[in-house]
Design a protein around this ligand. Sequence first.
Ligand code: PEP
Ligand code: MG
Length: 544
Amino acid sequence: MASLVLQGRPASAGLAAGPPMRLAADETVSGCRTPHADSEKEVADLRTAIETATNRLQALIARVDAHAAQIIGFQIALGKDEDLCQPIFAAIRQGAAADEAWRGAMNDEIETYERSQNEYFRARASDLKDLRDQVLACLFGVTAAEAPPGGAVMVGTDLSPSRFLSIDWKAGSALVLTEGSATSHVAMLARARGVPMIVALQGDVPVDATEILVDAVDGTVMVGPTDADRQQFQRRMESDAAQRVAIEKSAYRPAVTRDGVAVTVSINVADVTELDSLDPEVCDGVGLVRTELLFADASAQPAEDAQYEAYRHILNWAAGRPVVVRTLDAGGDKPIAGLTIDGERNPFLGVRGVRLSLVRTEPFRVQLRALARAAVHGNLKVMVPMVTVPTELEAVRSMFQEEVGMLERDAIAAKVPPLGMMVEVPAAAIAPEVFNADFFSIGSNDLTQYVTAAGRDNEAVGKLADPLNPAVLRLIANVVRYGASAGVDTSLCGDAAADPNVLPALLSCGLRSISVGIASVGRVKAAIAKLDLSAMKSGAPTTA
Ligand code: PEP
Ligand code: MG
């Protein structure tokens, strides 16, 4: 039988081979049950199903990190929402089957979320689908897979974060979805846990397929491979595994170019649990903590103590190495319900980052207090996103000082940490000398989108958003030059630093400190070791 190759988009790189295993939700959504003659019994069945599903979610909360717990908390709250459930029970009393009434009401709710202008609410639609399916699974007595049998590939339309987290991926191998997105919560979780994942697969894996080869580097799924395909893929998997070992070894070496130039390599952290299995020896510190992930839902915004504990946890992990925590960068592509401004015409040019923090000062002051308290326990630095004019940074500094003053009056240990800024708005990159910042961190993701006028969320202009554009590199070199002359430490924490095609150009701009995603540390250090800066012309780097 000829093999079939389906194309999708890689969301978490890696290779895997095994039998496809369908996500339970796919079958349960389309089921159809005959209602009890006594409608009260039908209502009771649905109540039990909702209760079982929310109890399972509740049990899951203890096993996940704070961010995932917030997502699950939202689902539980919805399951217990009487305003949502009462009309469903009423429909059952009118003769509808429990699954029909529940599915109908939830689909309406999901549609409302999907139609929302607000990206945050749209993203919540998959959490609602998950709750819908979990309750349906309970109604039909189907148990969701807790662990795919060794080497199985989970296949489905979409998957919610809670379902992802309920699966024991140590035993599984990969995830393939016909929908989904590479920027979803699930993709982020898959990358952090090293689970190969493909989204937007063009076509279904046939139900009778017994083996598939998942190439989540190129984004392909091969169904029914021949012996030759299988052997070739096996060789790739072996060389991939060997490469990973070599890369992991590189992570422990200092990053030094062939001609002896040392580069500081720090890590970007999106989720505190990412540090659990990481040895701090592999990096020079934490160059960026994206705290907006602690604020995924403003209604469940972490209290000062919870934030303080999270920051302390990172400082403890770093064991004296510098930790740069960025204050909340909500807005743009990261709206937070109840916090960011709704209905902005162009959110990337709107009330985002520090602009929002200076408008919504109360949650911001909570964060500053937590940071000031954590600052006495380690090498903490705080960085402000989206700074455009010096008064923004000065306003933050004054607020920090006020909060520290109040904490000290209450005999609570606190201090104002070094205060730096992201350089990601062209105005700041063109005239860095006007800012009184303790350090700079160049945000190449936003700097590139603003310099090239190409939205980072718009695939259609993706090619234009190129950090190798000479205009972008010139601005980066400008900031690095000014930082060196004024004694202001300058680093870069955007994705460009982890891109082997861009890294040489960044180093030839004079940059000697970068911060990259955890999974990229070994690869980036290995790439640095191959470079000879003395042989590079400015703006025209060469690799060995
Ligand atoms: C950047 O803009 O490069 C950056 C690191 O910040 P974020 O990607 O979180 O906007
Ligand atoms: Mg940014």
